[in-house]
Design a binder for this molecule. Structure first.
Ligand SMILES: C[S@@+](CC[C@H](N)C(=O)[O-])C[C@H]1O[C@@H](n2cnc3c(N)ncnc32)[C@H](O)[C@@H]1O
Length: 218
């Protein structure tokens, strides 16, 4: 992968997707994320019939635990073993550890994930631009007929509003960048939206915009 470092932005594609980086980040504190499921998952997932789910870049597992609590059998995938240990701990606390398995896999250096699923969810994973198409096409490939691909990311509007200066503007993506990868013969796009929400950022509460795509394989 090309080394891209933009001095206006605090990110480095060489290191930002490695186990070392994320294990160190998670090890800095007992909990990074809120422990609550992402609102977009609750909105989009509440009416889906449970089956097999893959949560990609699952972090500490709040989404995986929420899905398991609704009857899904969840594979929680992340590059960080420190994060996955937390997933197992939180799943056990919630009494759903029999429905959550963890999978340490590097989706950038290690290629496609294994398995077939009724839901592949990807929350706030901003792949390297050069891999963007292969990354989301590869994940779409894992969805069985009738199943959903649910992608939620940071919308590029947040760069213009100054909310996410340090995240790397070229890593943010719009819904049509994901929808454009899906063959319309094979997919029905159910949600293609860019809604706003309030988020507590280190600098204080801010209004941010999400990219939200849910598509069902025909
Ligand atoms: C911004 S966090 C999102 C966590 C969670 N999905 C959420 O919404 O709270 C991105 C996650 O992707 C994981 N990740 C980063 N690089 C990865 C890679 N190469 N392969 C798999 N997971 C990776 C990180 O460890 C981290 O947990």
């Amino acid at each position: 992968m090309a080394h891209e470092h933009d001095h206006d932005h605090d990110y480095d594609l060489e290191t930002m997707y490695t186990q070392e980086t994320w294990d160190a980040r998670y090890a800095e504190s007992e909990r990074i994320w809120s422990g609550r499921p992402n609102q977009r998952l609750v909105d989009e997932g509440a009416h889906l019939s449970p089956g097999r789910a893959l949560d990609v870049g699952c972090g500490e597992g709040a989404d995986a635990v929420w899905l398991a609590g609704r009857g899904w059998r969840v594979t929680a995938l992340d590059v960080s073993e420190v994060a996955l240990a937390r997933v197992r701990e939180h799943a056990a606390e919630a009494g759903v550890d029999d429905r959550v398995e963890t999978l340490r896999h590097d989706l950038v250096a290690g290629g496609a994930a294994p398995g077939r699923y009724d839901l592949v969810s990807v929350f706030f994973f901003q792949p390297p631009p050069l891999l963007f198409d292969d990354f989301y096409r590869g994940l779409a490939h894992l969805v069985d007929p009738g199943g959903s691909l649910l992608v939620v990311g940071h919308h590029p509007d947040d760069v213009a509003t100054g909310v996410r200066q340090s995240h790397g503007p070229q890593l943010m993506f719009t819904p049509d960048q994901v929808v454009g990868l899906l063959d319309p013969e094979a997919w029905e796009v159910v949600t293609e939206a860019s809604p706003k929400r309030e988020q507590a950022l280190p600098e204080g509460p801010a209004i941010v915009r999400d990219t939200v795509v849910r598509a069902v394989r025909k």
